[in-house]
Design a binder for this molecule. Structure first.
Ligand code: FE2
Length: 386
């Protein structure tokens, strides 16, 4: 297969050599979804994906206008927040966007400095540095807007030993489905409007000090009918990766445009959750009722040995088993990866999850884009939005 990426710059260490990282990020702290019914969403993420009950805030803890459930699986923390009345800004958000990601929280050593450094470089403030305390210590949080109404929250928790954040209590439940092997968030993808990708690439470079380490143009990401463009942004230590997509012109409607129509603006398209045993994870998720995009044709699997070349020998998984679960396979110079995409997680065709297992490869499955987008188009056609 022809080389799929137009520019590869995996040597992040080299790019950053000598440059001062003004926004050191320790990792992803949590991802907060605004949803119409957090209680029911929490049940879904526990049952279907194996997230564990972790923390809670609501009327019983003195929160009068919103309720939040925090779920955890290995390093992944999801917060599900719902409004308790129509005047809540959370309500405005879900009226417009439906259920979706509001906050991508980043773990930092100094939330005041993170706010100062990013706002002085042009970030629009969302929340001034704020100290929250309880008997277990204090947390400092600050936040800026990114694309659409999405927010990056900076969380400094080095002086805190409590469960999650002040204001939350430990959530203990009698209902504890087994985890499914999800480990950490590999990357989080944003969809932005027509002609906006480079604006946001520059924003991540200027405001957050990120670098663009992979780019895909519409000649690479297209099918017979539709197209999109994507650039992957990464922070200095490579722990945080944010691909940014924008729609491109095609004969029919781009899946990115469909997202923008239904989300009513820019927002988070998918979270990629990493596992180190994708066969186990996907078998579990399917048994628990998670729906995935329809499988690629037989020809896709027939072509894998050719596409993987020398990586085929190091592949531990049985290709037949991968095909049975409709798992996609791709490779780059450094290894291979296995991935699969869920259908949208809510009724609006907006947010979905990717499950990914990296076996050395650092790419994003460019070799799968065509097969993947043809699957999405079959779904779009059924929705009447292609
Ligand atoms: Fe992805």
């Amino acid at each position: 297969m022809a080389k799929q990426v137009s520019s590869v710059n995996y040597g992040l260490e080299k790019i950053f050599e000598g440059a001062e990282d003004f926004l050191p990020l320790l990792g992803t702290d949590y991802v907060e979804f605004y949803v119409g019914n957090a209680k029911q969403s929490a049940h879904f993420f526990k049952t279907a994906f194996g997230f564990q009950s972790y923390a809670y805030r609501g009327l019983e803890t003195g929160s009068k206008d919103q309720v939040s459930y925090v779920l955890k699986q290995d390093k992944i923390r999801l917060v599900l927040t719902t409004p308790l009345n129509s005047k809540s800004p959370v309500n405005d958000h879900i009226v417009k966007h439906g259920d979706g990601v509001k906050v991508i929280a980043l773990w930092v050593d100094d939330a005041r400095s993170a706010f100062e450094e990013t706002t002085k470089r042009g970030a629009k403030p969302y929340m001034e540095p704020k100290v929250e305390k309880d008997e277990k210590g204090e947390v400092v949080r600050s936040a800026i807007y990114t694309y659409g109404e999405t927010v990056h929250m900076f969380v400094e928790r080095k002086n805190y030993t409590g469960t999650f954040l002040p204001g939350f209590r430990k959530w203990e439940s009698d209902y504890n489905p087994e985890p499914t092997g999800l480990k950490y968030i590999d990357h989080m993808v944003g969809n932005v409007g027509w002609g906006q990708m480079n604006t946001w690439v520059k924003w991540y470079e200027d405001v957050m000090g990120f670098v663009n380490f992979l780019s895909f143009d519409d000649k690479q990401i297209h099918t017979e009918y539709s197209a999109l463009m994507s650039k992957v942004m990464s922070n200095g230590n490579g722990r945080i990766k944010f691909p940014i997509n924008e729609p491109a012109e095609g004969i029919k409607k781009s899946q990115i445009e469909e997202y923008l129509d239904f989300y009513e603006g820019a927002g988070v398209q998918h979270l990629a959750l990493a596992t180190d045993d994708i066969i186990h994870t996907i078998s579990e998720l399917k048994a628990r009722g998670v729906e995935f995009l329809p499988p690629p044709p037989q020809a896709y699997y027939d072509d894998i040995p050719r596409r993987l070349g020398s990586h085929m020998e190091m592949m531990k998984e049985d290709l037949k088993e991968l095909q049975k679960l409709s798992i996609l396979v791709d490779a780059d110079e450094e290894g291979y990866l296995l991935q699969i995409f869920t259908k949208p997680l809510q009724d609006r065709p907006t947010l979905f999850f990717e499950i990914i297992q990296r076996m050395g490869a650092r790419g994003f499955g460019a070799g799968n884009f065509k097969a993947l987008f043809e699957s999405i188009e079959r779904e779009q056609a059924q929705r009447g939005t292609l």
